[in-house]
Ligand binder design. Structure first.
Ligand code: FAD
Length: 418
């Protein structure tokens, strides 16, 4: 194949692995496959840099960036340092420092403008020899032992990619779940988010910029806000609720978000009148799932497989974990081993997703909020909860990972009765 790293030409091509989408999961998978000596073609329908939501990373994600050879570039990019999460509800607050956690490993990370971050990652993958075609959209796939993709470039020219394996990293585009009819029920209610960036103008020392702030609406416990301080005096601000709660004509979204921010005392004081730097965006129906995260000749990464909810900023971490695990599995397959994708990819990946699911579900019932704001938690239990919030949702030495539903239920009963 033509190995020019940013090849834009439409032409039929044979490649070891074709990747649909150049977001974080696609970029990290591409780099890891190049390290394993495989030829890689990434097909991305947009041009980078492009806006994406999902700006608060978790420390667990750093290990995958490091392994993909991207860590130095991320450190040097000047993103906002992050070391934890700060929760507020009415007059209660609770801060978690991710460096003080049960699991070993990274305790810090970054809050990133995704346009810059995603562009950086895919360029790192291209530097390692991945071929990236921007403005190329995947329209169809024939799965099987030698899968093919039908692709069109922006001039409307169509061509085929013949691969030994396809990784779908198309995020909310969910290319293969749509094309191959893989969608299944998510068990998550239909929630939505409205969000923007503000010039926050917050004076130094007024708030801890090194932490995401998650605030619960004073009256509605299932409505919450994020404030993610970014570099250069900007913050990302959004509100998540049942879709009907945020429903309004597009022209009224700005007023709606402004009014919601003013209803929450902490964010109201911090950014009540701060100028919005872009139109207020709306995204809804983002929770999604599939029966299996693999099939003949393909595997689904990141959001293309399953997406739960944004409350614990787990999306990019799950995306990078899936890329890492899929590439490890694929390497064994390429080496001629008999690979059981269900046992070696689906089941272990979903273990951590299910940990997050237990936390997310109890966030919305209010039980996890009771746990988070309980003032007399033992340091040991706090470190276990903190490890999951830092993204270590696959570390089964943590009882809240090994058996999250039973442990959280018991802990909530204890906090309520104490
Ligand atoms: P993406 O980053 O979505 O990349 C997919 C790429 O595929 C896109 O560039 C797209 O253009 C391309 N593509 C799609 N269709 C095609 C096609 N047919 N052909 C070619 N290319 C295609 N996560 C966090 O970690 N932290 C957060 O704070 C956070 N906040 C969030 C807030 C909200 C409201 C929501 C909805 C999500 C949030 N997330 C967060 C989740 C996060 O956005 C995603 O989990 C993450 O972007 C997934 O990465 P990905 O690589 O799977 O997909």
């Amino acid at each position: 194949m033509n190995t020019h790293p940013l090849n834009q030409r439409a032409s039929d091509v044979d490649v070891d692995v074709a990747i649909i989408g150049a977001g974080p999961s696609g970029a990290v998978a591409a780099a890891l496959l190049r390290k394993a000596g495989r030829s890689v073609l990434v097909l991305e329908r947009q041009h980078f840099p492009r806006f994406s939501i999902g700006e608060s990373l978790l420390p667990q994600s750093m290990v995958y960036l490091e392994e993909a050879g991207m860590l130095q570039a991320v450190i040097e990019a000047g993103f906002q340092y992050k070391n934890g999460a700060h929760f507020v509800w009415r007059d209660q607050s609770s801060s978690f420092d991710f460096r003080d956690k049960h699991s070993s490993g990274w305790g810090t990370t970054y809050q990133v403008e995704r346009a810059v971050f995603d562009d950086l990652l895919i360029r790192c993958a291209a530097e390692q020899g991945a071929v990236v075609r921007f403005g190329h959209t995947v329209h169809a796939m024939q799965p099987g032992a030698a899968p093919t993709l039908d692709v069109t470039d922006e001039a409307g020219d169509a061509y085929q990619v013949r691969a030994q394996f396809v990784l779908d990293a198309s995020g909310f585009g969910r290319v293969l779940p749509r094309l191959l009819d893989l969608e299944t029920s998510t068990r998550m209610p239909s929630r939505a988010a409205i969000f923007t960036h503000v010039r926050d103008g917050i004076a130094p020392g007024v708030t801890d910029r090194n932490k995401i702030c998650v605030a619960t609406h004073p009256e509605h416990r299932d409505v919450w806000y994020w404030m993610i301080p970014l570099a250069n005096g900007r913050s990302s601000v959004g509100c998540v609720a049942q879709a009907s709660f945020l429903d309004c004509p597009e022209a009224e979204r700005e007023a709606k978000l402004r009014a919601l921010i003013r209803q929450e005392p902490t964010l109201g004081a911090l950014i009540g009148d701060a100028p919005f730097l872009m139109p207020v965006n709306h995204i809804g129906g983002y929770s999604a799932n599939v029966e299996w995260l693999h099939g003949p000749g393909y595997a689904l990464l990141g959001n293309a497989g399953e997406f739960l909810d944004p409350v614990f900023s787990s999306g990019v971490t799950i995306a990078l974990r899936s890329a890492h695990l899929a590439v490890q599995t694929l390497k064994r397959q390429f080496a001629g081993e008999a690979v059981d994708w269900r046992a070696e990819y689906d089941v272990p990946l979903r273990k951590g997703i299910d940990t997050f699911r237990a936390f997310v579900e109890r966030w919305y019932t209010g039980e996890l909020q009771d746990i988070i704001f309980y003032p007399h938690q033992t340091p040991q239990i706090r470190r276990m909860v903190c490890a999951v919030l830092a993204g270590y949702a696959w570390d089964e030495s943590n009882p809240y990972v090994a058996d999250p539903v039973r442990r959280l239920t018991a802990l909530h009963e204890f906090c309520k009765s104490a």
